[in-house]
Design a protein around this ligand. Sequence first.
Ligand SMILES: Nc1ncnc2c1ncn2[C@@H]1O[C@H](COP(=O)(O)OP(=O)(O)OP(=O)(O)O)[C@@H](O)[C@H]1O
Ligand SMILES: O=C(O)[C@H](O)[C@@H](O)[C@H](O)[C@H](O)CO
Length: 181
Amino acid sequence: MLTAESQSRFNNPPIIVVMGVSGCGKSTVGAALAQRRSLPFMDADDYHPAANVAKMSQSIPLNDADRWPWFETLAKTMLEKTKMSGGVVCGCSALKKSYREFLSKQLGLPVVYVLLNGSRALLLERMSARKDHYMPVSLLDSQLDTLEMPDDDEPVVIVSIDQDLGPLIEAVDTALASFEF
Ligand SMILES: Nc1ncnc2c1ncn2[C@@H]1O[C@H](COP(=O)(O)OP(=O)(O)OP(=O)(O)O)[C@@H](O)[C@H]1O
Ligand SMILES: O=C(O)[C@H](O)[C@@H](O)[C@H](O)[C@H](O)CO
């Protein structure tokens, strides 16, 4: 549990959401970042209701009504993991500003976002190379249309995915250095 003693080690517990559109590397980068920081990793995809997965599998984009209950579950789970382990890394699309604000508000703690940013061509290439994933390549354009790039006032760092995983994790770590965890 997050005791007063363990809490005092941090100005804020590290609550990091690795975000972006499908295929940008949220699961891959998020898991590696969590391992590097000895934090638990949770993949938001694992918390989708079956109906959401069924929709995406049929190439139907999710809408707000599909996503809000999912974000409620995510916020609850992120808070539980933070209390247990002193922080958490979550891989989650978090495409809209309202979704990002909701997570921070629900947790009652600052959430820092890492946006994995890449060109449509590179995302298409990575999604196409991936096997056994329910998310069809045909949904990439709706993901890109839905993504709201962060405003200057948001706690978001942006990292290019056009680099190998090693340097990419280093870049994420460097970008996060300005946040006091
Ligand atoms: N920096 C990288 N260089 C090369 N390949 C990468 C890199 N990052 C991720 N990949 C590969 O790209 C594909 C997409 O990555 P990943 O599944 O982590 O993305 P995602 O954002 O979690 O996707 P989704 O939201 O659709 O589940 C995977 O096959 C992964 O191995
Ligand atoms: O908000 C969304 O539209 C979803 O989270 C998607 O981003 C998928 O779950 C993910 O990309 C799986 O491939």
